[in-house]
Design a protein around this ligand. Structure first.
Ligand code: HSE
Length: 308
């Protein structure tokens, strides 16, 4: 978009972004889900050339508090895309999404930053559509799955497309069956997505690719109308086994739950484990008893909305 003069709003902008889980087993770099667990961000444009960052909650001791903060960097990319950057910014973040556990904390920061930038510009949605937010968020994140669910909510199918020579992240939402809920098993240890991606092979056996394609296709139906197919539809052949050395305890938990008929997967790049189910409250408590030492479990509803 050509450079243009924007009118910045003087007042505070506030947004919230859901935690997300990508892959859902067979849908590597494609499927994701948003949860009713939201990071909250507030920001204001400053006349002075300073970046005043305050973070509380999850990851507060780890995240940067200057212009290299991921929310600030994403805001600045959003402003640049719309045509003009403000001199300075104040940011307050209240994080509830655990960091480095495969629950979309970086997608939350990126989508939060882009949405704040849009909110801080008069008529911002005319300068950055949701499709353009998706393009920018994918550029910042490097892959499209978590950012898709963080933007649109519910369950999303994301893909990469070459549009006029630009690699673009695109996504559609699919309606999630109302009985489907999630249980997360979150370990204490962290795993960086960059490290987990380095463990993936360049090629996979054709037979595995065929099986994975059938399961990923089935996942669309399992999520929307046939939750009874979730166990088969979430069985992956593209990533989890290749990354097992990075999350051995999580993989053992996935295997144990799946052997008991529970649709468990590694959440995103790990090391959290996610279960998709339609179980009763009593059955949920039984499933949660599988949590090994060092893991906490959370029972979560699917968020029907994305950033808001
Ligand atoms: N699809 C990505 C991966 C998700 O598994 O590497 C990272 O959150």
């Amino acid at each position: 978009m050509a450079a243009q003069r924007l009118t910045f709003k003087a007042q505070l902008a506030q947004v919230s972004v859901p935690a997300t889980s990508a892959n859902l087993g067979a849908g590597f770099d494609c499927f994701a889900l948003a949860f009713e667990l939201r990071d909250r961000y507030a920001a204001q444009v400053l006349d002075e050339a300073i970046f005043d960052v305050d973070v509380s909650g999850e990851g507060a001791d780890e995240v940067k508090r200057d212009k290299n903060n991921l929310v600030i960097k994403s805001m600045l990319r959003g402003f640049e895309f719309m045509g003009q950057k403000p001199r300075g910014l104040a940011l307050r973040a209240l994080n509830v999404t655990p960091h480095g556990r495969g629950l979309g904390s970086s997608a939350s920061a990126i989508v939060g930053g882009l949405a704040l930038a849009r909110e801080l510009v008069l008529g911002g949605d005319q300068y950055m559509s949701l499709e353009e937010m998706m393009l920018l968020a994918t550029e910042l994140e490097g892959h499209p799955d978590n950012v898709a669910a963080a933007i649109y909510g519910g369950a999303t199918i994301a893909w990469m497309e070459d549009i006029y020579g630009v690699k673009t992240g695109r996504a559609v939402t699919i309606p999630v069956h109302h009985d489907i809920k999630a249980i997360l098993f979150i370990p204490e240890n962290h795993l960086s997505t960059t490290k987990a991606r380095k463990l993936l092979p360049e090629t996979v056996p054709h037979h595995d690719a065929v099986l994975n394609s059938s399961h990923a296709a089935l996942l669309s139906i399992a999520l929307t109308s046939r939750p009874d197919l979730l166990l088969t539809a979430t069985e992956d052949f593209l990533h989890q086994r290749y990354r097992v050395d990075a999350y051995p305890k999580s993989m053992l938990l996935v295997d144990k739950l799946r052997a008991a008929g529970v649709a468990a997967t590694i959440s995103g790049a790990g090391p959290s484990v996610m279960v998709l189910h339609t179980a009763s409250a009593g059955e949920v408590l039984e499933i949660q008893k599988a949590a090994p030492a060092g893991f906490i479990s959370k029972d979560l509803a699917i968020s029907r909305s994305g950033v808001e």
